[in-house]
Design a protein around this ligand. Structure first.
Ligand code: FPP
Ligand code: MG
Length: 296
């Protein structure tokens, strides 16, 4: 039950032993708890699964606190981010406390379980740095983008599934494959939503990724399809504040060249691969189907 994970999260945060951290953590929106739900769906039979789910959610929360500082983001999940309401120093230190607590709790787990989660945190740190570096210039390389996505987003989801499988003696590689494909697919859907959703739904301006410098898959596919003059026009908008006219041009060109549909088709293909890895586990099939439905 996800409520058990929520209780574990509160316990771990309180155990840090500083009321200011408890207060700050209380201001964060919890999010979908996708990673903890995965742990429960796979290792629910193990009494220590909710705590592992809580550990992973604390790591995820820490990474988002730092990410908002790195991205200069003022909103997180539709609410002001900690770096906006407090300051960047506070957001960094809160993140440090959360992931350190997560690690000190993780060491009580079996070595293979702990290692898969810890390795994923190294991967997501590498992925974040790649993301920042790739955002400096227009990137038209889909493979480089996918490699970065895997590290930044999918590695922790993959590790959640793998660690949970290891805990209960299930096929760790099959569950890892499920988690990896779910994670990449999830991020592609997120990238699509940044383009197709309105500002009110997103809690941030639409096409924000591109303004931030992130050339997500629909932009890469669009770039591939444009003629030279149009390519130049698209690249000239990179990392710039977009006017309504610029936004309309990008969206219209994406429509003509089916950039969103192509991206969605890849997300669907990866979701199918994920399901094929664990086909008879209906809870996991359900998790992936509801994730895919977020888009349209
Ligand atoms: C969100 O990406 C960012 C991540 C999923 C990972 C961030 C990782 C780090 C900051 C490494 C440090 C790790 C720890 C544990 C402190 P995004 O900016 O594309 O998505 P967004 O729109 O949700 O901000
Ligand atoms: Mg960000």
């Amino acid at each position: 039950m996800i409520e058990t994970v929520e209780k574990e999260i509160v316990t771990l945060v309180e155990e840090i032993g500083y009321s200011e951290i408890t207060r700050l953590f209380g201001t964060l929106a919890g999010g979908k708890r996708l990673r903890a739900k995965l742990v429960l769906a796979i290792a629910g039979a193990d009494a220590t699964a909710p705590r592992l789910g809580a550990i992973i959610e604390l790591i995820h929360a820490a990474s988002l606190l730092h990410d908002d500082v790195i991205d200069d983001a003022t909103l997180r999940r539709g609410a002001p981010s900690v770096n906006a309401t407090e300051d960047s120093k506070t957001a960094i230190m809160l993140g440090d406390a959360l992931y350190s607590k997560a690690y000190s709790t993780l060491v009580a787990y079996d070595e293979a379980v702990a290692k898969s989660v810890a390795d994923a945190v190294t991967a997501l740190s590498v992925g974040e740095l790649m993301d920042v570096k790739m955002s400096e210039h227009f990137n038209s390389d889909a493979d480089a983008y996918m490699d970065m996505l895997y590290l930044k987003t999918a590695a922790l989801i993959e590790a959640s599934a793998k660690a949970a499988a290891l805990m209960v003696g299930k096929d760790a590689e099959a569950y890892a494959l499920y988690g990896k494909n779910l994670g990449i697919s999830f991020q592609i859907i997120d990238d699509i939503l940044d383009i197709v959703s309105d500002e009110a739904t997103l809690g941030k301006p639409a096409l924000h990724d591109y303004v931030e410098g992130k050339c997500t898959l629909p932009y890469i596919y669009l770039h591939e399809a444009l003629d030279d003059a149009e390519k130049k026009r698209l690249v000239s908008y990179h990392k710039k504040q977009l006017s309504a006219e610029d936004t309309a041009w990008i969206k219209a060109k994406m429509k003509v060249h089916h950039s969103i549909e192509r991206s969605y088709a890849l997300a669907q293909e990866l979701s199918d691969k994920a399901i094929a890895a664990v086909g008879d586990d209906m809870r996991l099939v359900g998790i992936i189907e509801s994730m895919m439905k977020r888009s349209f």
